[in-house]
Design a protein around this ligand. Structure first.
Ligand SMILES: NC(=[NH2+])NCCC[C@H](N)C(=O)O
Ligand SMILES: [Mn+2]
Ligand SMILES: [Mn+2]
Length: 345
């Protein structure tokens, strides 16, 4: 009897935690020049992502909302210098923001599958709108993605989303036609980077000037991943009351762990470190939205693509409660030890 009560309590506790998830695919590749990244969502779904999330445990409830579609206003193309495919960036992010907002407002954690990292403008915006600004942002990436059109060497919008989102940088942009829906409403005080190792000169200047919390690979060596994640979360969510947004660029992982991505950089996170980050975020019970971006199944061999998708899926599963310790059965009546459990009743 006693055991049954304890187990039931445990079940109830589990039922309350982050169990409802909405998956959104954003097959967007216009933020950079390498073809293939638009098939990121498809390759992750084909690798069984949704089923695998569902199988974490019985209390998980996943809805796959499919891929977004958007239509562009070509009259604004080339209206801003040095932003490739500007009109696409604008239209796609507007739709992403709306969809992410709806998913979160319906009581689900939103998992957005990219696509290139440009789409984080929309996901973070949608999250912020849904949670009336009470959001902090953990940006897991080899890159800082905080170029403006004036500092970017490439003109690729996937290197710019943080600069579009940051309140403190709004004066550094020219007027951006079609972006009126987007408010640069996150303060850099609510942002932390983990995994940096390829930061452009002007990006470094911006990070230092604005005092953005940034843990590069050298900090991970120095303190270890466990302390780094906790320091990052303490910094951006000191009262532990914010909805956490994790924007996870698969290129944060080392090239050996995730070869199929467009701007791979050696010397990165191990898959174990990536998993550890998300396990810690899961434990906060405050994950509100997660992006998994930059998986490009057109880069590398079939084996490379498998390795990359598999890594991405492990990271995502950790975010939703998969644990390397294993989980006990959810339903006592289904458990093989049932007879044992009943003995005392
Ligand atoms: N999301 C990414 N993979 N970004 C890479 C950006 C690379 C470089 N800093 C640029 O601005 O072009
Ligand atoms: Mn990156
Ligand atoms: Mn990125």
């Amino acid at each position: 009897m006693f055991q049954r009560v304890v187990l039931n309590l445990r079940q109830d506790a589990r039922r309350c935690i982050s169990s409802k998830i909405g998956v959104l695919g954003v097959p967007f590749d216009k933020g950079q020049t390498k073809p293939g990244v638009a098939n990121g969502p498809k390759s992750l779904r084909d690798a069984g992502l949704v089923e695998k999330i569902r199988n974490i445990h019985d209390y998980i409830d996943v809805v796959d909302y499919g891929d977004i579609a958007y239509s562009v206003d070509s009259s604004i193309s080339k209206s801003v210098p040095n932003i490739r495919m500007y009109e696409h960036m604008v239209a796609c992010n507007k739709e992403v923001s709306k969809r992410v907002r709806n998913i979160i407002e319906s009581g689900r954690i939103c998992l957005t599958l990219g696509g290139d990292h440009t789409i984080a403008v929309g996901t973070v915006d949608g999250h912020i709108q849904a949670k009336s600004e009470n959001v902090c942002l953990l940006w897991v990436d080899a890159h800082a993605d905080i170029n403006t059109n004036k500092t970017s060497n490439s003109g690729n919008p996937h290197g710019m989303p943080m600069a579009l989102l940051a309140k403190e940088l709004s004066d550094y942009w020219p007027y951006l036609p079609g972006m009126d829906w987007q408010k640069p409403i996150i303060s850099v005080r609510d942002v932390a980077y983990v995994g940096l190792r390829s930061v452009d000169n002007y990006e470094r200047l911006i990070i230092d000037k604005l005092g953005i919390t940034a843990f590069g690979m050298e900090d991970i060596e120095k303190y270890g991943i466990h302390d780094v994640v906790n320091m990052a979360l303490d910094k951006i969510d000191p009262e532990q009351n914010k909805s956490i947004h994790v924007s996870f660029d698969i290129d944060s992982l080392d090239s050996l762990e995730a070869p199929s991505t467009g701007t791979s950089v050696r010397g990165g996170l191990t898959l174990r470190e990536g998993i550890h980050i998300m396990e810690n975020v899961y434990k906060t019970k405050r994950l509100g939205s997660m992006d998994l971006v930059e998986v490009n199944p057109a880069i590398g061999t079939t084996k490379d693509v498998q390795t990359t998708c598999d890594a991405a899926i492990h990271v995502i599963l950790a975010a939703f409660g998969q644990t390397r310790r294993g989980l006990r059965p959810f339903n006592v009546d289904d458990m093989p030890l049932q007879t044992f459990a009943n003995k005392n009743s």
